[in-house]
Design a protein around this ligand. Structure first.
Ligand SMILES: [Zn+2]
Length: 221
């Protein structure tokens, strides 16, 4: 639902977009964003903060991991921010945010900005971040980029939506920053996806081939 608001300045008029926040709280939205992605201009600082947090991630075990930053916002105020590995190597950003920093806060209805789609599977007894967000009854999750890991891709967003949580993606300019920061992780996952498409039947049928035949065959997959 959009409603025209008076011009706040001589610049292009701003609109009010109820769906942008998904609750009974109106905020000005630049009209050029309405219809594609309606994020409040006031949210830029939260997006920037989440990206700045993601840049604090450090290599943890020599393997390629994503840079992830997360921010919790309630009533327009930042409650806390966090990044992957902040409290211990491998700790997911949302876990640090929800359980290490905001364990005793009420997060019902708040908005979480996270630079990477929340995960949906973790080794037991760890709890996936999407489930943690659902359990804390957050109202909205804004995602920097979908997780390129095919085990996760889209499932985090879907899980949140299935639980009635509003989801948005970062606007194009911010998403590009996130994708650039995670370029090594994104490339690694894309290459891993090619390898995973080699079926076990193929491996069985080709296990006696010479190595150069393997390279030739795999590159044709
Ligand atoms: Zn996670």
């Amino acid at each position: 639902m959009l409603r025209q608001l008076r011009k706040p300045t001589d610049e292009a008029p701003f609109l009010l977009c109820r769906e942008a926040l998904g609750r009974n709280c109106y905020r000005p939205v630049h009209p050029t964003w309405v219809g594609s992605l309606a994020l409040s201009v006031l949210e830029d600082e939260f997006l920037d903060l989440s990206i700045a947090e993601s840049l604090k991630c450090r290599s943890e075990d020599g393997r390629i991991h994503p840079n992830v930053g997360a921010v919790a916002v309630k009533d327009g105020k930042v409650l806390a921010s966090a990044y992957r590995g902040e409290t211990a190597p491998g700790d997911h950003a949302e876990y640090v945010l929800l359980e290490k920093k905001l364990a005793n806060e009420s997060l019902a209805g708040c908005t979480i900005y996270t630079t990477l789609e929340p995960c949906t599977s973790r080794n037991y007894p760890k709890v996936p971040c999407a489930q943690r967000l659902i359990d804390r009854k957050v109202g909205r999750v804004v995602i920097g980029q979908l997780d390129p890991n095919p085990i996760i891709t889209g499932r985090g967003k879907l899980a949140l939506r299935s639980a009635g949580i509003i989801t948005d993606l970062y606007p194009e300019s911010a998403m590009k920053k996130v994708e650039e920061i995670n370029r090594h992780f994104n490339r690694f996952q894309a290459e891993a996806g090619v390898i995973s498409r080699v079926s076990s039947d193929f491996i069985e049928s080709a296990k006696n081939r010479r190595l150069d035949h393997w390279y030739e065959s795999v590159n044709r997959v």
